[in-house]
Design a protein around this ligand. Structure first.
Ligand code: ADP
Ligand code: MG
Ligand code: MG
Ligand code: MG
Ligand code: MG
Ligand code: MG
Length: 663
């Protein structure tokens, strides 16, 4: 999330008059950025991670754990001019606001240098400092920054501290008070505008975990029968599905935490190649980091957050989704009558729809999809575009594939427009471009530089790729491991130039597999198995377990072994410090490897098993307040490397290493 504009956000009915204006000017801004930066080359490989936290108030006397809504000063203090600024900047960390008032995001102050071994071992240290700084800033000493993907009892009873009433006009949720939303006006406006454009509240239905006493044949009997807003009737008009966990608000999704990494390859071509290479690695990274077994106080029959967020910001009207509107609702939602609607198959938060196309000359010798790296035939899903934007981009020097990418993002409406920001200088500002770009939340984000980013201007970033599917893990050790592994894999991909293209329909299928329970061990992911050998052979696709994909097997050199090879070819251990750093990276690889093989439980499995064996659990898939408290305590202990718990969580080998290193 970038900087927050100050000003007056427009309500949906006001803002929709400017939708085309924002798109037109956003595209002009993009064209100016592209003109400035398209010939940039030899940018250094820099990267950075983003970690999101939930601020949780743990009351050991009351045996309760609640989302803390009163710590918003933390961000004010840690911001650029805040009184705690030195506490963050002097420690090399930066804090950012997030959707939830109970959330924090933190990044390194400056990106890491991916060419330096020591920067890979520094990551975890930086993450640990962020946690310490955040904790030290909490005004209520019972509040802890915890890295859990979803708060288990989100939306159940009094799950916040202080208590808030569930009657907010922005979300109109039956479960979440508006007080959980960031106080900055952008966020309640975003929440309301999605709801109004859609023509009803969002409805997220996640399959319930099936236990012997689970109620499966009716909608959740605890859904409140309120009569405050007209939309209160929606769950009873079909929005809530039997056998599912029903959620009706943006906060259920955008209140989730994740791990993201952003990298800067050397130029636009390399960036496109890295992006495309990660398109089909993304579903595997989502599955590998599975950490979401509980939603709204119920065990889910899946392990990840992704489709929850996807549903939570799905602003498409019924006619765009191609479904019947709920009884009494407008199939056009809140879209103006003179706007021509098109069918839009996916939410604006979803997996990548199109490859960017690898345009390096040596990979485009033929259009035979069996041999070439990129071929347009791989983009085989229906991915509608804004044809006016497409034409404009083609007229301004974009190649077809890049034009298609942005023209697809530009099928969306802006969600929040600030009155003071309607007229912008398209040669200097990028707000209109970012308005659409940053509310297309896909598994990967292709981040263009600004208008200043002319060749040679190294004071501003170049072309970047963000990898976004990963769930947040409980410890900094794991988050560092997954972040570092992803970046080193990208480095290996840049060096060895594998061909990981596969028809997009198979990527879609892999995303569905990642949403099945225990997908790490039970799921099979389509992958191009002879990809390391580039275009010299026809593509061979197989269904791989994550063990086969990451650890390799006879027909495929796994993602871990190839990355390990890259490290040993690239970094020499010439000092004891180098030895130490290499050993640390190797332990990260062991964690990734053992999670992929199933030797170690995923976070999701570990937490689900904790609930299933809790004395308070009634085999009805319901997570009580007491279980929620015990689970948060567990996460806090693991997050602090409690020696009693580590062997069960990380296995003996990794725990022994952690103990030796003084964790
Ligand atoms: P967003 O929320 O839009 O993804 P953030 O600023 O929160 O953006 O995070 C961006 C990440 O990119 C941070 O980890 C930051 O360190 C990293 N980063 C910043 N500049 C560069 C760069 N030039 N190249 C690669 N990564 C960068
Ligand atoms: Mg974030
Ligand atoms: Mg961010
Ligand atoms: Mg405290
Ligand atoms: Mg309220
Ligand atoms: Mg990000």
């Amino acid at each position: 999330m970038g900087l927050l504009s100050q000003g007056t956000p427009l309500s949906w009915m006001e803002s929709r008059k400017y939708n085309e204006h924002v798109r037109d000017n956003g595209v002009e801004q993009l064209i100016n950025c592209f003109r400035a930066a398209k010939d940039r080359s030899q940018d250094p490989f820099l990267w950075g991670d983003e970690i999101e936290y939930q601020m949780i108030r743990i009351d050991d006397d009351a045996k309760s754990a609640k989302l803390a809504l009163d710590e918003t000063e933390v961000l004010i203090n840690l911001a650029e001019n805040g009184k705690g600024r030195s506490n963050s900047v002097n420690h090399g960390v930066l804090f950012h606001p997030e959707y939830g008032r109970f959330m924090l995001e933190a990044t390194p102050l400056k990106p890491y240098d991916g060419r330096k071994l020591s920067d890979y071992s520094y990551v975890e240290q930086n993450m640990a400092v962020r946690r310490d700084v955040a904790r030290s800033e909490m005004s209520d000493r019972k509040v802890y920054p915890i890295t859990l993907t979803a708060f288990p009892n989100m939306g159940c009873g009094d799950f916040t501290y202080p208590k808030a009433t569930t009657n907010g006009p922005a979300s109109q949720s039956l479960f979440l008070p508006d007080e959980i939303i960031n106080k900055h006006v952008r966020f309640p406006t975003l929440t309301a505008n999605i709801r109004i454009r859609r023509g009803q509240k969002v409805d997220i239905n996640i399959p319930l975990y099936r236990d012997v006493n689970t109620v499966l044949d009716q909608i959740d009997p605890t859904i409140p029968k309120r009569d405050l807003f007209p939309c209160d009737a929606e769950p009873f008009l079909g929005a809530a599905k039997p056998g599912h966990i029903y959620m009706d608000s943006m906060g259920f999704g955008m209140g989730c935490c994740c791990l993201q990494v952003t990298m800067q390859p050397s130029d636009i071509y390399e960036a496109r190649f890295v992006y495309d290479s990660f398109v089909n690695i993304s579903p595997a990274l989502l599955s590998l980091t599975s950490a979401t077994p509980i939603l709204r106080g119920h065990l889910a029959d899946q392990d990840v957050r992704w489709n929850v967020i996807s549903g939570a910001v799905d602003d498409r009207a019924p006619d765009e989704r191609g479904v019947a509107a709920l009884n009494g609702h407008n199939p056009r939602g809140g879209i103006a009558d003179d706007v021509k609607l098109q069918r839009i198959p996916k939410s604006r938060y979803d997996s990548v729809d199109q490859y960017l196309g690898d345009l390096r000359k040596d990979s485009c010798k033929t259009d035979d999809p069996q041999y070439t790296y990129y071929s347009s035939s791989f983009n085989n899903i229906n991915s509608p575009i804004n044809s006016k934007v497409y034409k404009n981009l083609l007229d301004n020097g974009f190649d077809q594939q890049l034009a298609l990418h942005f023209a697809h993002l530009y099928i969306r409406d802006p969600l929040v427009i600030f009155a003071e920001k309607i007229n912008q200088d398209n040669t200097k500002e990028t707000d209109h471009f970012e308005n659409i770009q940053s509310t297309n939340w896909q598994t990967l984000r292709f981040k263009p530089p600004t208008q200043e980013a002319v060749p040679g201007n190294s004071s501003v970033p170049g072309w970047r790729v963000e990898v976004r599917p990963m769930e947040i893990s409980i410890t900094d050790f794991e988050n560092a491991a997954f972040g570092v592994f992803t970046i080193l894999l990208a480095r290996a991909i840049i060096k060895y130039k594998p061909n990981f293209y596969i028809p997009m329909t198979k990527v879609e299928k892999n995303m569905r597999v990642a949403h099945t329970r225990d997908s790490i061990t039970e799921g099979r992911f389509s992958f191009r198995t002879n990809g390391w050998h580039g275009q010299s052979q026809p593509g061979k696709y197989a269904e791989l377990s994550l063990d086969q994909l990451f650890n390799g097997y006879q027909d495929f050199e796994g993602l871990i072994p190839i990355t390990r090879k890259y490290i040993h070819e690239t970094f020499q251990a010439s000092s004891a410090k180098d030895q130490d750093d290499l050993e640390q990276v190797e332990v990260y690889f062991q964690l990734v490897s053992k999670r992929a093989s199933g030797e170690l439980p995923s976070t999701a499995k570990y937490l689900r098993d904790f609930v299933l064996s809790h004395p308070d659990y009634k085999h009805d898939s319901i997570v009580s307040e007491r279980i929620n408290y015990d689970l948060i305590k567990l996460a806090d202990r693991i997050g602090n490397y409690d020696h009693e718990l580590l062997p069960g969580f990380f296995g003996k080998e990794i725990s022994d290493w952690l103990f030796r290193r003084g964790y």
